[in-house]
Design a protein around this ligand. Structure first.
Ligand code: GLU
Length: 338
């Protein structure tokens, strides 16, 4: 018998979500984050064939309760794990509701080439045909594989590997909820076997100017306030005015089509920009690019176009950008770089 090579050490950071959820009755309803990360791992003994695992429970929440303080704590714990020479990669268990926001946040603030893989589930751990165990197995396989280094933060679900920047939750209940729009998947993972596609093209992790998150920021409880306002036919100006009054330093418009607002709301957004609030035009359409100066004169009004980021991801980039600058031109450059 030869010497066996030790398995890579993966640190699993748990935050809650349906992957750790229990049903509350036979047909419907469940409580996220009912199980500890140890219980999740114990339920999949095959994980021991992929990696040595150490676990840390960072939070136990449904991801709809994700907030600044938890993001900052999670970023700090992720960075600490990556900075440990013994750790080969990190897996983060997370609810699917805000998975894309957390993944993109970490993609911008974590400094390492080592893989960081978020994983969740659509069906609670006690459901018929729960998807969590295979997703967790695949996530471990992705985090333990050396070829996934340098690809930024990834999300694994339903046998697919997604880039943090591209992934979006697109369905309320189905296991195939995640999609990666125009630029496509990072790869496939089939029972632990990886098929990786082209690496990401935009800046992330080790090349991000927001990484590593400054110790001061990590110790803070809050990030700059950025609100999202959803546009619709017949929209008034009241919600935009309310966001400004509430102290928003940034405003993301989930605009109609290519980031449009009707004239009344547009005037309110222009006033906000003039008063120094960073206004980013994104789209509620779910795909496509919001370009500058197509139907809205961004140059004249001082707006920022979200490029390819959906509203919730535009919000993440904007709040990080606002830790550095309030200048709309400089903020616009960020939307072309990340
Ligand atoms: N709403 C919960 C969450 O995002 C459960 C949904 C899920 O994990 O799929 O944590």
């Amino acid at each position: 018998m030869g010497h066996s090579v030790p398995l890579p050490l993966i640190r699993v950071l748990a935050t809650g979500g349906t992957i750790a959820g229990a049903q509350t009755d036979r047909e419907r309803g469940y409580r996220a984050a009912a199980f500890s990360v140890d219980a999740l791992i114990a339920a999949v003994p095959q994980l021991a064939t992929l990696a040595q695992i150490e676990v840390e429970q960072v939070a136990a929440i449904g991801s709809q309760d994700m907030d600044d303080a938890t993001w900052l704590r999670l970023a700090a714990r992720t960075q600490a794990a990556l900075d440990s020479p013994a750790v080969a990669g990190v897996v983060i268990t997370h609810g699917t509701d805000t998975m894309e926001e957390t993944a993109f946040f970490l993609n911008l603030v974590v400094r390492s080439e080592k893989p960081v893989v978020l994983v969740g589930a659509m069906r609670p751990a006690t459901a018929i045909s729960a998807d969590g165990p295979m997703n967790l197995y695949n996530a471990l396989a992705v985090a333990a594989h050396p070829a996934t280094r340098g690809r930024g933060v990834l999300v694994v679900a339903n046998d697919e590997i997604h880039f943090a920047r591209e992934i979006a939750k697109t369905n309320t209940t189905q296991v195939g909820t995640f999609a990666s729009g125009h630029r496509g998947l990072a790869g496939l993972v089939n029972a632990g076997r990886l098929h990786l596609y082209a690496p990401p093209v935009r800046r992330h992790t080790a090349a991000s100017e927001f990484s590593p998150l400054a110790a001061a920021a990590a110790g803070a409880q809050r990030l700059p306030r950025v609100d999202i306002v959803y546009a619709h036919a017949g929209m008034g100006r009241e919600l935009i005015d309310a966001a400004v009054k509430a102290g928003a330093r940034g405003l993301v418009i989930a605009g109609m089509g290519d980031g449009n607002l009707g004239a009344v709301a547009l005037a309110a957004a222009a006033e906000a920009a003039k008063a120094g609030v960073a206004v980013v035009r994104s789209s509620r359409a779910g795909g496509g690019v919001v370009e500058r100066n197509i139907e809205v004169d961004d140059d004249a009004l001082g707006f920022i176009a979200a490029d390819e980021l959906n509203p919730q991801k535009a919000r993440v980039l904007l709040l990080l950008g606002l830790t550095r600058t309030g200048d709309p031109r400089a903020l616009q450059d960020l939307f072309f770089a990340y």
